[in-house]
Write a protein that binds this ligand. Sequence first.
Ligand code: COA
Length: 570
Amino acid sequence: MRILLLAQSFNSLTQRIFVELEARGHEVSVELDIHDSVTIEAVALFKPDVVVAPFLKRAIPEAVWRNCLCLIVHPGICGDRGPSALDWAILDQQKTWGVTVLEAIAEMDAGPVWAWAEFQMRPATKSSLYRREVTEAATQALLDALRRYEGGLGPLPNDGPGAVARPGAWRPLCRQSDRAIDWKRDDTRTVLTRIASADGSPGIRDHILGRDVYLHDAHPATGLAGVPGALLATSGPAVARATVDGAVWIGHLRDPAGPYPFKLPATRVLGEMLVGLPEIAGDSDEGYREIVYEERAGVGYLFFSFLNGAMGTDACIRLAAAYEAALRRPTKVVVLAGGSDFWSNGMDLNAIEAAQSPADCSWRNINAIDDLAEAIIRTDSHLTVAALQGNAGAGGVFLARAADAVWLRESVVLSPHYKDMGNLYGSEFWTYLLPRHAGEERAAKIMSARLPMGAAEAVSLGLADARFGWGAADFLAIVRARAEALASAPDWMARLAAKNRSRAADEAAKPLQAYRSEELQRMHANFYGFDPSYHIARSNFVRRVPKSRTPVTIARHRDKRLAVRWRNAS
Ligand code: COA
């Protein structure tokens, strides 16, 4: 079928649906919801069999839904309606929730139901639930709906046999007053639930030391307590604030009135106001822990969870130190297990945007990430594995590829390219790693296509070596079993020797330093050269400036060569 995805942005769910539909042989094109006239034009150009709206905040124009089946993905159970479905589900502490695929009609979220899927809620932020459970359920429900359509079936019946139960109801927009924190009364669980319901966006509005800020990235602060509402300590980027029965770490804040109205470390936003507070080490049990090391059966596991997968200079230096420490242990395999939502999205673009010199900050960041990638590539004492529970983008993909093996959770989506960030050339030894694993021709295609890629395609192209496990727990259980098998395999020594021989041969052919220098020369031009594209693209990205047109890489109906082919075919 020809399927047009209509979305507010090409977000994680839209990317996953794009990847799944393409893998099933559908012709897929994307139009971002910029203006009704643009949507109408896209439909006229592409002539889709179905329009799918995975992530849409406005109504589809009547001229479109009257003439073509439009399926809306709503992150709520059957009957649920309104713009804050998941926010309310978290605040109401629902045990199960769901995703419904409905047909667009004049009334918002009120059309016939084509399919739905349910999932168990997890104590996590809205964006984490969205990236994992909602995305899984939405994909499953949408594929069900499309199967019904292809099979000539209509929507599910409203009454009679097989009728859809509609336990949900209309809920209005969730406002700040619906989830405001009362520090004098709320316990830790309530505070965490309220922040989770609004995280990643819009955050909970709060007042700290006379500043109006939005709270993000909250975790329990075990072992800390004080006068409710008081700030107690700092740890890395986070500040601890007392609740009535304990305390929470708040890792990031957003100050909408400040010069940098996007998420930044809480300690940076509050700055000197925090002088005098005790500092708790980030690697202690009481601290705000971004890096955790575990060891079992000859395998060292490094879990690293940096907000949104953004790896700034300091994060890279700390992770490199933890990696070196892991290599000093008497283990045989090191698994770089990342975080549950993201493995890595490369340099920390928010920190760069807020730096006094974004060019200098970018330069330090790319060098720090390259140091880490180089340490992984040069490891000659252990077999190394990058195990991706969550998505990776740009430099994060190639940082993973620096390991000997890359294992993906089945539903992971990779964005293995840099050019969308203002034509950034990229580093992380991609010019060595990508051709080495994918071959020259595929490497060039991957980089120029600028498309998201599912786990199956990533394995088939050599960007990864294995994929397994749909849920995070299944995935980690299999990772542990496979890593321990690697460590105890009788041929471990032979494998290590083979990898070291292969590295030595590569080094003789072209030293790693040469790849690094060539890449960094291009990056230097991106950061310091006369073309400001990277700085403009980064500013737009971190400030969430909506796109004024859909990139032609995904709006294939606007690609003149493909459009001719489609016209001839129809
Ligand atoms: N630095 C800082 N923040 C980042 C980031 C980075 N490298 N990558 C993603 N984020 C943040 C986003 O700003 C967003 O924050 P928000 O919750 O405050 O809105 C959040 O992570 C989720 O990102 P989003 O873009 O909404 O996720 P997605 O799944 O739609 O897209 C990517 C994933 C990887 C395609 C996209 O995030 C991206 O292009 N990131 C930048 C990659 C990059 O160019 N890195 C630098 C070169 S190494």
